[in-house]
Design a protein around this ligand. Structure first.
Ligand SMILES: [Zn+2]
Length: 234
């Protein structure tokens, strides 16, 4: 994977940067399918988004153009001042990115930018939901075009995630209370866990830990996978 910085003028509409699944953008002739691009908005804004390149560049007049897909918003934007601190020796940054349209980002600079604006798992998941929704709106033939041109190997992303260290006694107590039956639909657990020989149920918090719920027996229920999904999505 190679990363580029696409430099755009301040009047570039945000909707164009956030564009749904595909848009035409002038890019470097060297860009390849699966490469990344940060969008840098001049005039004091900075890097506001990251894209993935979804086609090989085609020449149109004096420019090259490629199809891109929005990956994530970079918030707050990475300003020129921050870029100078991250990559003081990188020539385009020394020149305040003046006169550039698309420049190659050295991999160590790309990593440094990602380290100050990490991808969050939630963002990825929300984007996937949104992108699936967008794809459902396409016709079968439009979707077939995407399926033909997308890369077969999924991109690997690094995420920074904080998780709660859950109390095992709460889980054990709730499983015992449930007695092998889902506490919502009252049906028996769908299968027996190979590792423990116990009925498979998932212990779910009624008020999420993320919403300041307590990791206590009173705030937890044992659910079958269907009911667990129902609680999260219905
Ligand atoms: Zn159930």
């Amino acid at each position: 994977m190679t990363a580029f910085l696409f430099v755009a003028k301040p009047e570039t509409e945000y909707s164009k940067v956030r564009a749904g699944t595909r848009s035409d953008w002038s890019c470097s002739a060297k860009a390849k399918l699966g490469d990344k691009a940060f969008i840098y908005i001049t005039g004091g804004t900075g890097i506001t988004a990251e894209w993935i390149i979804e086609s090989t560049p085609r020449k149109e007049g004096q420019y090259y153009r490629c199809d891109v897909r929005f990956l994530r918003e970079i918030s707050p934007p990475v300003t020129i001042g921050e870029l100078k601190a991250l990559a003081p020796k990188w020539a385009p940054v020394k020149q305040n990115l003046r006169g550039h349209h698309a420049v190659l980002i050295p991999s160590e600079v790309y990593d440094r930018i990602c380290s100050v604006r990490p991808t969050s798992l939630d963002t990825e998941i929300n984007e996937l939901d949104q992108n699936v929704y967008d794809s459902r709106a396409l016709s079968k033939s439009e979707r077939a075009k995407h399926l033909q041109t997308t890369t077969p190997k999924p991109e690997r992303i690094q995420t920074v995630q904080s998780v709660f260290r859950r109390n095992p006694h709460v889980i054990a107590e709730v499983l015992e209370r449930a007695g092998g039956k889902c506490e919502r639909c009252k049906e028996p657990a769908p299968f027996i866990k190979k590792s423990s020989g116990e009925p498979y149920l998932e212990v779910h918090h009624i008020i999420r830990l993320a919403d300041d719920g307590d990791d206590m027996v009173e705030n937890a229920v044992a659910l079958c996978p269907n009911c667990h999904r129902h609680e999260h999505y219905a």
